[in-house]
Design a protein around this ligand. Structure first.
Ligand code: BJW
Ligand code: ZN
Length: 249
């Protein structure tokens, strides 16, 4: 604690000229969205690594689409939590904050919309969004407003312009991140004077390495240690839903 009654990490965040937050699945746990690598990360008998790949989609698009449709249905019932809201409120207050999210659930955007923030230029969806589709044949994109229900091959989503098979517009293993978006994320990480690693296992590259680009204070929020704990000046062993509001309070 400092003389103000705030922790050093709270003081850094309060005074930071430029903040960046790298978000992971842990941020959405309090909303009811399972993490990837925890015990609840399994779907049927598959690990996410076996489904989130271009090879898996080419081999069995029905299986992969059923996984995404089921996740869409579950996420549609979830609400943003206090962690998402703390970031949205900081953006609404005009903080220079870059939200670099690996999450594809769209909950941060919903929190921002609820706070009246149009922050498209401050939220980078590093791994895409499972509410967006992209045609595998012509590349046309569209947004979904409701979750898909996929039982048979006839239910697979098809492109309105060319009839091609659509896929979720997310980044699978072995696929590159959108280059311009990732360059903006690199610039935000380099420019940040405080960098918060919020609810990520820090094992998926290149997103994890963004945390290494900050020359200022690095703070981690995670109930468990991760490979990124070693570069964090402070590791807060707890949930984002409690500690993001505290850091931004
Ligand atoms: C809480 C909490 C609470 C719980 N509060 N916290 C360098 C070295 C080695 C390998 C590579 C490398 N560079 C690239 C690679 C290959 C690969 C990779 O990283 N592999 C490693 C896993 C070994 N990377 C790629 O393939 C990337 N592409 C790429 O690099 O392209 C260039 C290239 C091409 C070809 C060859 C080589 C290079 C793309 C990665 C795309 C990742 N996509 C996914 C799926 C997205 C779509 C979907 O959702 O279905 O993204 S995988 C999955 O992992 C998802 C997540 O965004 C990502 C990160 O997971 P995250 O968010 O950290 O979740 P968890 O579950 O792991 O952790 C949750 C954490 O929360 C835990 O720590 C809990 O303790 C904590 N927690 N409650 C706070 N309340
Ligand atoms: Zn098409």
């Amino acid at each position: 604690m400092t003389a103000t009654g705030r922790s050093p990490a709270q003081e850094w965040c309060r005074r930071a000229e430029r903040l960046a937050v790298l978000c992971g699945a842990g941020l959405s746990v309090a909303s009811g969205v399972p993490t990837f690598r925890g015990p609840a990360g399994l779907w049927r008998q598959y690990r996410p690594e076996e489904l989130a790949s271009p090879t898996a989609f080419a081999r069995d698009p029905l299986l992969v689409w059923q996984w995404y449709a089921q996740r869409q249905q579950a996420i549609a019932r979830c609400r943003p939590n206090a962690g998402h809201r703390a970031l949205a409120q900081a953006l609404a207050a005009g903080r220079r904050l870059a939200v670099l999210t690996q999450n594809v659930d769209g909950l941060q955007q919903r929190a921002c919309a609820a706070a009246g923030v149009e922050a498209d230029d401050q939220i980078e969806e590093l791994h895409g969004c499972l509410w967006r589709l992209r045609c595998t044949a012509c590349g046309a994109r569209r947004m979904l407003s409701t979750a898909l229900q996929i039982d048979t091959p006839e239910d697979l989503p098809r492109c309105a312009s060319c009839g091609g098979l659509e896929r979720p517009a997310v980044v699978w293993f072995g696929e590159g991140l959108d280059q311009r978006l990732f360059e903006r994320a690199i610039a935000a990480a380099r420019a940040s004077t405080v960098f918060i690693i919020a609810g990520t296992s820090g094992v998926v590259e290149p997103a994890a390495s963004l945390a290494r680009l900050c020359a200022g204070h690095v703070i981690e929020i995670n109930p468990e240690p991760t490979p990124l704990s070693a570069i964090a000046e402070v590791s807060i062993r707890g949930g984002c839903e409690q500690f993001l509001p505290e850091l931004f309070g």
